[in-house]
Design a protein around this ligand. Sequence first.
Ligand SMILES: C[S@@+](CC[C@H](N)C(=O)[O-])C[C@H]1O[C@@H](n2cnc3c(N)ncnc32)[C@H](O)[C@@H]1O
Length: 215
Amino acid sequence: MKFVKQEVRKLLQHFHYDIVHLNKDTKLSENVIKAPALVQKSLKATKINYGCGSKLMKNWLNVDIQVENKKDYLTTCVDLRGIHPFRNNQFTYGYAEDFLEHLTQSDQILFLQEVYRTFKKNGVLRLSFPGLEGILNEHYEAGYYTDPLIAKQNAYVQWKHEHYPCKAELRMICKKIGFQRITFVTYGKSSFKDLRGIDTRYLQKSINIYVEIVK
Ligand SMILES: C[S@@+](CC[C@H](N)C(=O)[O-])C[C@H]1O[C@@H](n2cnc3c(N)ncnc32)[C@H](O)[C@@H]1O
């Protein structure tokens, strides 16, 4: 039965549909109810920069919940907590610098699941984000209630950061989704030419996790 469901699901997903099991209390986001139209101008892009902010990359599709058009750059507004309006197996490379921690844990899983769907086989996502260990070292020390409360303000609230995964957590999630390889790397370094030297936040080197995830 599981095999049949998987095969039917693959067929449906080929046409951008899916099987969804609904409990009485399940609430689907707006994005599912109104499945977003594919973004026509983005359909040819093979490299995507998620949560780009103002750091637009030439020859990449730059995506953010709010992004300004700029001459000579391809940009589009997408809420990356919902369905990504891109084709199955579209992208070869992806990058997200200081974006992941803006999502809750469950939205991080949704995001990575959508990356998996929209990436080609052997496509690579590079992530740079503050990891849990770096945040604990930077902001926390054993103390009374007020100390972690101040740390909460400094590490989470003021930046609107929701969740800092550690390496083991990220590996577990990626493995569950089906990614074939997860390699932790260092600032600026990559064995993929397109992903080398693209990190910009040098001062966060001791806090951030750098990882390349292969579909
Ligand atoms: C800290 S900024 C990083 C911007 C840029 N990558 C950099 O390194 O300077 C985080 C970015 O994530 C974007 N963002 C946060 N939540 C988002 C969401 N749900 N969907 C898309 N973008 C989101 C924000 O708008 C913001 O531009």
